[in-house]
Design a protein around this ligand. Structure first.
Ligand code: PAF
Length: 286
């Protein structure tokens, strides 16, 4: 059966009343790819009904970012949703999500002001605002987010805990191309040469992971060696950051840290902003 498509709050309420059992929401900005398919499949494994939302949220883009050129591929997205057996697709226009300029928004606090939040001020506030609105509108039992956006996932978990939002947040693993490039809707901006340079992000994470038994400083140095080389490639990688952080706070770990960590990297190739990360476990002092 093709998914029910809801565009307004009334259509969503009507569709919501027709579906029974547990409901999992996969919030997206569209331009769906294999990574989104894996989120949908993860949702399907945990709930009776799967809903996908498609909305390019203006609040989470900075003034110099790619809101206008962000890929909008609704027909292909709906085909993917149908193919994956999604039950409900919520595709609100801007006037439904933001009938007026919102006065009250969510603030991410310190966890959203570091790392990606430091290079994109306001990004996590805008993202949390739309995620909370989507959760309030769709009222899912679970919501699935990709671990590729590790800080986004951490910030959402923190909002749900701090504001007692009645939903279970589930993280789903990053899906990669065979050569290691993490899937992203923004990969379609890359030329062949830019894509080659972009591989440095996953290669750096790989080099860092290989050094995990030697401790945090060695992990960072191994990743930095790969990234330094990419900075002189043609086209070059313009590094935003490479950090090793506590997954719950996104604050840097100490050189003697033991426990879970995230090695996260971000940079620009041409006009394209790319991020990637890998979870690590430091089991003992080096
Ligand atoms: O990860 C995304 O695609 C977006 O940040 C989200 C969670 C759908 C909110 O707009």
């Amino acid at each position: 059966m093709p998914p029910i498509i809801a565009r307004t709050r009334d259509e969503l309420a009507e569709a919501r009343s027709q579906v029974g059992g547990t409901l999992a929401l996969v919030p997206t900005m569209g331009a769906l790819h294999e990574g989104h398919r894996s989120l949908i499949r993860r949702a399907r494994r945990s709930a009776d009904t799967v809903a996908v939302s498609i909305f390019v949220n203006p609040l989470q883009f900075g003034p110099d970012e790619d809101f206008d050129r962000y890929p909008r591929t609704l027909d292909a997205d709906l085909d993917i949703c149908a193919d994956e057996g999604v039950n409900l697709v919520f595709v609100p226009p801007r006037s439904v999500m933001y009938p007026d300029e919102p006065q009250v928004t969510v603030r991410s606090g310190p966890i959203g002001e570091v790392v990606e939040g430091a290079s994109r001020p306001g990004h996590f506030d805008g993202m949390l605002t739309v995620v909370l609105k989507l959760l309030n509108l769709v009222r899912p039992d679970l919501a699935i987010f990709g671990e590729k956006d590790a800080q986004q996932l951490a910030v959402i978990r923190r909002m749900v805990a701090d504001l007692n939002v009645p939903v279970e947040i589930v993280g789903a693993p990053t899906i990669r191309e065979p050569d290691g490039l993490a899937l992203s809707s923004r990969n379609r901006y890359l030329s062949a040469d830019e894509r080659q340079t972009a591989l440095a992000l996953s290669l750096a994470l790989h080099a860092g992971s290989d050094a995990v038994t030697k401790g945090p400083d060695t992990v960072l140095a191994a990743a930095a060696t790969v990234l330094d080389k990419a900075a002189t490639a043609n086209p070059p990688l313009l590094l935003d950051y490479v950090v090793l952080v506590d997954p719950a706070t996104f604050l840097p770990v100490t050189p003697v840290y033991t426990g879970p960590a995230v090695l996260a990297v971000a940079g620009r190739v041409g006009a394209t902003h790319l991020i990637d990360n890998v979870p690590l476990q430091f089991s003992e002092e080096p």
